[in-house]
Design a protein around this ligand. Structure first.
Ligand code: ATP
Ligand code: MG
Length: 597
């Protein structure tokens, strides 16, 4: 077994922050009423038994990819390691492009990675669209506090007046409307009295701020669109940057972890939550509580995962699927978690991978081979060994009795003898790998050659006597004679030393089936780099389908059963195209070391 050093807690900067916060007892008075809600709701709850709360907040507008796995292990992992709870929150405030299929696939992927949202009798699965009423109240609260206004500038005017990185922006002519006027207009927006895009609610912060995100950002827009959860109830929708902090606050999140591109949004995140925690709204007015409870959540950013030879962006993945460059979201070549699973990747491999790459603020590319190494390490220990001939030619043992069947014993796992051995039948006609015979052997070739000796793995030593070729010069059959006293596991086995050792499958017993060999989806390490169209960089040979001869036991493999095919790599019974008694196999990953002997 390989040595695995556990990653010490506190070994990344976010863990260090959590540990410091806990040491300072920052959340000891934090209340939680058992469900998300405003300050009044939470105030009626108990001291939260969860020491921290994190969340994984996917937008259900696509399937999750390997980058999301990093975020899942980070958020759920922090909660698990520090006595906290991690929420699964569907960030579905954008009415377009979201669907139930995506919600289901995301839930599946999170569970497949080993996490869940049922904590005791608390179900921490949430939909941001359930908070539209609170978001609306938050917007009203800001208007009442003089911190938001309805702007009637056109999109172009707003863009021009926003200024640039070096130039301050200009105040909107509508910036100084009265609170009453703003409230009235915002209600009219909600009631459908204005056309899409004609009015927009903006936070009133500072048009001269050096941070463009603080120049009166838009917070609510008019958009007549059907929403998968709320139907046609709303024709105004909150902007993501407004909605997300409120979602975190209603769920009493302590550490809101996101990728680095949101770093510039943090001042607005803080501005918004500080003001909402202060501003008493009509609903909460009498209790003198702000709209949201304290302590308010804080945002922390880490660098997103970039992986060579794939694209980790839902938009690009959607292109690949919709334009049919791949067979679907679960195509085993795709870096989606659904694809990775079908490819035979394992959740423990992703855990090892995320531990190994760590969490930091430095942007970098991780080589795809790092992920493959992690899968190999996990599969090497967990996958049983089987025999498969991927490029078969016949080997006939001339001095072996026709019709005779002899049991040979193959270990299920060389490093785990407790897993026992299985019987593989030996007969006169076998399938062997084409590359295990050479008419004109190259230097260092120790397998079958005219007159040479080789061991049939778990069987006898044989001597090659001849071969046949077809008209095109391809070898079609090899003949040999076996040495009867040399069977593996018998006293005579060591009497003759041979350098080569080849695998084989009895032709009469073999399970013939389709095996799919996968290669990288893109031929470029950084697809789309320097303005290149990533769709032109697809590897044209990313899939090869072959007909292989497998040892008979593999006929009984169930979907998602994983094996090491000796000398070839790790394979999985395809979960989609396999039928009972007729599994198909996908190559997950090759063996690290090419077969040398
Ligand atoms: P994409 O850019 O692929 O559309 P996204 O960030 O829009 O991804 P979300 O559904 O918003 O997708 O992501 C949910 C969570 O996963 C977010 O917190 C996001 O930061 C995180 N995440 C997304 N991509 C990566 C990545 N490549 N590495 C690490 N975390 C990621
Ligand atoms: Mg997103």
């Amino acid at each position: 077994m390989s040595e695995k050093t556990p990653i010490p807690l506190g070994s990344n900067f976010i863990r260090a922050i959590v540990e410091k916060d806990l040491a300072e007892q920052k959340f000891n008075l934090k209340k939680w009423a058992g469900s998300p809600g405003d300050a009044l709701h939470q105030a009626a709850g108990h001291i939260d038994s969860a020491k921290i709360r994190t969340r994984f907040p996917p937008e259900p507008n696509g399937y999750l990819h390997i980058g999301h796995a990093k975020s899942i292990f980070l958020n759920f992992g922090l909660a698990r390691d520090y006595g906290g709870i991690c929420h699964l929150r569907f960030d579905d405030t954008n009415p377009e492009k979201e669907s139930q299929e995506y919600v289901d696939s995301i839930s599946d992927a999170v569970q497949w990675l080993g996490f869940g949202w049922q904590n005791g009798n608390e179900n921490n699965l949430y939909f941001a669209s359930d908070y539209f009423d609170e978001m609306y109240r938050a917007a009203v609260g800001l208007i009442e506090a003089g911190l938001a206004y309805v702007d009637a500038q056109s999109a172009d005017e707003m863009r021009i007046n926003r200024g640039t990185l070096t130039e301050a922006g200009k105040d909107s002519p509508f910036r100084n409307r009265s609170i009453a006027e703003n409230l009235n207009l915002f209600n009219e927006m909600r009631d459908g009295k204005h056309a899409d895009g004609s009015l927009i609610l903006r936070a009133k912060i500072d048009m001269a701020s050096p941070n463009i995100n603080m120049r009166d950002p838009a917070i609510y827009r008019i958009r007549r669109a059907h929403h998968h959860n709320t139907g046609d109830k709303w024709c105004i929708y909150p902007m993501y940057t407004f909605a997300h902090p409120i979602e975190d606050a209603l769920e009493m999140i302590t550490h809101s972890i996101c990728t680095l591109e949101f770093e510039d949004q943090r001042p607005f995140y803080d501005w918004l939550l500080d003001n909402l925690a202060k501003a008493p709204t009509e609903a909460n007015g009498e209790s003198k509580l702000g709209l949201i409870a304290t302590p308010v959540p804080h945002q922390y950013e880490f660098s997103r995962l970039n992986l060579t030879y794939v694209v980790l962006s839902k938009r690009k993945l959607i292109d690949l699927v919709e334009q049919k460059y791949v067979s679907g979201w679960d195509d085993p070549r795709l870096p989606t978690l659904a694809g990775a699973r079908r490819r035979g990747y394992v959740a423990e491999g992703f855990k090892l991978f995320t531990d190994r790459i760590g969490v930091s603020k430095a942007d970098s590319w991780i080589d795809y081979s790092t992920l493959e190494d992690c899968m190999r390490e996990v599969l090497n220990e967990s996958a049983g060994r089987r025999i498969a001939v991927l490029d078969p030619i016949k080997l006939v043992i001339e001095n072996y009795e026709a019709g005779k069947v002899e049991d040979c014993f193959a270990p299920n796992h060389p490093q785990q003898p407790e897993l026992g051995k299985r019987i593989v039948p030996l007969t006169k006609e076998l399938w062997i790998e084409r590359e295990d015979f050479m008419e004109v052997p190259s230097k260092g070739f120790f397998r079958l050659m005219q007159g040479g000796l080789v061991r049939l793995r778990y069987g006898y030593v044989v001597k090659c006597t001849g071969f046949e070729k077809d008209a095109a010069g391809n070898v079609t059959m090899v003949t040999c004679e076996y040495l009867p006293d040399t069977k593996s596991g018998t006293a005579g086995a060591d009497a003759i030393k041979v350098k080569g050792n080849i695998h084989w499958v009895s032709a009469a017993h073999a399970y013939e089936c389709e095996v799919r060999l996968y290669d990288r989806l893109f031929s470029a390490a950084h697809p789309g780099e320097a303005g290149t169209d990533y769709l032109t960089q697809l590897n044209q040979n990313s899939i090869t389908k072959i007909t292989a001869q497998l040892e008979p036991s593999l006929k009984n493999a169930k979907p998602e059963d994983r094996f090491q095919f000796e000398r070839h790599g790790y394979f999985v019974a395809d979960k989609k195209d396999s039928v009972a008694g007729k599994p198909l196999f996908n190559r997950t990953v090759t063996l690290r070391d090419a077969w040398q002997k």
